[in-house]
Design a protein around this ligand. Structure first.
Ligand code: XIL
Length: 439
């Protein structure tokens, strides 16, 4: 790849004002260490609106200090490590560091010039031709800056939730395709692959389906009608489908006791794949699940399930959901699901990638250290994917655009910064980690 990025080479821009100050002047008092207040400012190369201010003062141990970045007059307590501040616009800004010394406040100030001229990294989708790069989308996030990032970086989209059964199958004789059509039309208009997610998922089943009062045979016909209608509607448009999602229990070799298993029998999965295959023989059919990298029992039962479908030519690939953290699962664990999939001659989709930086809930804002750890984990994941034989490659899909749009804070109840763009749509270091892996 040309234009190699050295994100680590953030340049040190303006530096070091020192104010030497002697605390004591009386001759009869002991001499104390002079206080010297200074700081350096680093402007991020990836986002020139973002600065890191690093307190380099000496002799201030135990004294409180705080920052003012001028833009909104806010006073920010100085913490260990560099303080990150994001300006909203270009301009000249006075940054002041104040130390509360025993004989009165000591300040150091410097004006910095924020240009807002952002370094534009190469597009993710242009970094490889052997697999596509996907993003989870919503029908109301396809315009403006969402659109700009989508068309620049991605050539595959997955509906984050609007193609699930509870969104489409409103009642037995009522399927609502308003949102799903919008997403599919958008993908087609922008020449993107569209991954259908998901026909059957125990967590997105409409209440009326859960409480279905007809016979088991009627239930099965109703499900066949649903899968057939949806898959036929998008035949030739939706290239691939997660037919069944998350059917295997955690840590075990048994299937979840979903309403589908209850009413259609233990072979409900095979039936659903057959309905999908019949409806669009050209669509690629995937089984998608989470924790199959490190949960050995679950991985084994997913492989057994998939082997059975493969023997009947009903499956084309496995989706390994990549809801991971900066330090877990390990490279070897991720490779285990990759190798098992390759040995079965199937496609592998790294679906739903997000990388938690705060799994232990011990930070309240994104630190430089965690952002770098996230960059390294994304790089590792993409390197693993890139090493897969081309015949088994499919796509890596990222589960949401901006950090604030991720499903994770709601799901875990922790603050998180798990995605590749900050809240200003600016690529984070993790975005660069993706590119570095393909360099
Ligand atoms: C999540 C979406 O991100 C949320 O917006 C929605 O409310 C619930 O589903 N496994 C999956 C995805 O297969 O469909 C889930 O997506 C996340 C877990």
């Amino acid at each position: 790849m040309k234009n190699k990025i050295k994100f680590n080479n953030i340049f040190i821009f303006l530096i070091l004002i020192s104010v030497a100050f002697s605390c004591q002047s009386d001759d009869d008092m002991p001499t104390e260490t002079p206080i010297s207040v200074s700081f350096e400012v680093i402007i991020s190369e990836g986002n020139t609106l973002r600065v890191l201010a690093n307190n380099t003062s000496t002799g201030i141990g135990g004294l409180n200090s705080y920052w003012q970045f001028t833009e909104n007059g806010e006073v920010v307590a100085d913490q260990a490590g560099p303080e990150m501040y994001l300006y909203s616009a270009s301009g000249d800004y006075l940054i002041t560091l104040t130390v509360e010394a025993p004989n009165g406040d000591i300040q150091s100030s410097q004006t910095i010039t924020i240009t807002g001229e952002d370094y534009v990294p190469p597009a993710l989708k242009d970094a490889t031709s052997s697999f596509s790069v996907g993003m989870a989308v919503r029908s109301n996030r396809l315009t403006g800056q969402h659109n700009e990032v989508l068309v620049r970086d991605f050539n595959n989209i997955t509906a984050e939730y609007e193609m699930k059964m509870d969104q489409i199958f409103k009642a037995e004789n009522n399927m609502d395709f308003t949102a799903s059509d919008k997403i599919v039309d958008y993908g087609i208009a922008n020449s993107m692959d569209i991954h259908g997610h998901t026909l059957i998922w125990h967590n997105a089943t409409p209440t009326w389906v859960e409480n279905f009062s007809g016979t088991n045979a009627e239930f099965e016909t109703m499900i066949e009608t649903y899968i057939t209608t949806v898959v036929k509607r998008y035949a030739g448009k939706v290239r691939s489908w997660d037919v069944v999602n998350e059917a295997v229990e955690d840590g075990s070799n048994s299937l979840r006791n979903s309403v589908f298993k209850l009413k259609m029998g233990d072979d409900y999965i095979e039936k659903c794949y057959q309905f999908a295959r019949n409806a669009d023989p050209n669509a690629l059919l995937f089984y998608n699940d989470y924790n199959i990298t490190f949960d050995a029992g679950k991985q084994a039962s997913v492989f057994a399930l998939v082997d059975d479908l493969k023997s009947k030519n009903l499956i084309d690939g496995i989706g390994a959901q990549m809801h991971i953290s900066i330090d877990f699962p390990t490279k070897a664990q991720i490779e285990s699901v990759v190798n098992g999939t390759i040995s079965r001659g199937l496609l592998i989709h790294f679906s739903e990638l997000d990388v938690r930086v705060n799994p232990n809930n011990d930070i309240t804002s994104l630190t430089e250290e965690r952002e770098i750890a996230q960059q390294n984990k994304v790089k590792e994941v993409v390197e693993i994917y890139d090493a897969i034989p081309n015949a088994n490659k499919f796509a890596i899909t990222i589960w949401g655009m901006r950090d604030s749009e991720s499903w994770l804070p709601d799901f875990w109840g922790n603050p998180e910064w798990a995605l590749l763009y900050d809240d200003d749509f600016k690529p984070k270091k993790a975005h660069n980690g993706f590119l570095e892996a393909l360099d």
